[in-house]
Design a protein around this ligand. Structure first.
Ligand SMILES: CC(C)(COP(=O)(O)OP(=O)(O)OC[C@H]1O[C@@H](n2cnc3c(N)ncnc32)[C@H](O)[C@@H]1OP(=O)(O)O)[C@@H](O)C(=O)NCCC(=O)NCCS
Length: 156
């Protein structure tokens, strides 16, 4: 399937679907931490953006970013398996990167599970560098790889 997706900001009533995607696609084997209430908080919050890609009324992909004064943090990104390798992850990251640049942010940081090699390659292709391993990052029981990308106006 490679039909067009519609990108836009998430609505509060998307929170449940996003939370369930996080549980199933990102947090497998961990305690579910991105609950509906937490996602709702980020959808409504003034310092965060939750972006979704919709196909046929369903959320095919989503991303959550928190904006600090100078650094943004990518909290979550997931594309449903049947929609992968069609550029949706890249499109969501482009949206959030442009938003970050507009907000005056000069760096995006993120963490991923160390065994998540596909995501490491994905972020590397998007210009992220590896900063190092953070032991116990996930609920004190699993390490993360931290990656970072410096932004400039011409890089979105
Ligand atoms: C990682 C993830 C977000 C990528 O999303 P996607 O929409 O499939 O990625 P894109 O189609 O935009 O890929 C952009 C480029 O990244 C690279 N890439 C993406 N997935 C890859 C994979 N599985 N293996 C190798 N390279 C990959 C490729 O270079 C790709 O370009 P190409 O398809 O033209 O070769 C998706 O696989 C996913 O949701 N995984 C599970 C959740 C997760 O790991 N989230 C990130 C950590 S929180």
């Amino acid at each position: 399937m490679s039909e067009l997706a519609t990108l836009g900001l998430a609505r509060v009533n998307d929170a449940r679907e996003i939370a369930e995607m996080s549980r199933d696609l990102v947090e497998q084997g961990l305690t579910w931490s991105w609950t509906q209430a937490r996602v709702q908080h980020f959808i409504s919050g003034p310092e965060s953006s939750v972006v979704v890609a919709r196909r046929e009324q369903h959320i095919a992909a989503f991303a959550i970013m928190h904006f600090g004064d100078e650094v943004a943090h990518l909290n979550l990104l997931a594309v449903a398996p049947e929609h992968r390798r069609q550029g949706l992850g890249r499109q969501l990251m482009r949206w959030l990167t442009e938003t970050a640049i507009e907000a005056g942010v000069f760096r995006i940081n993120l963490e991923l599970r160390t065994r998540n090699e596909p995501a490491r390659i994905f972020y590397e292709r998007l210009g992220f560098d590896e900063l190092g391993i953070v032991q116990g990052y996930y609920q004190g029981r699993e390490a993360a790889l931290r990656m970072s990308r410096r932004l400039a106006k011409s890089q979105s």
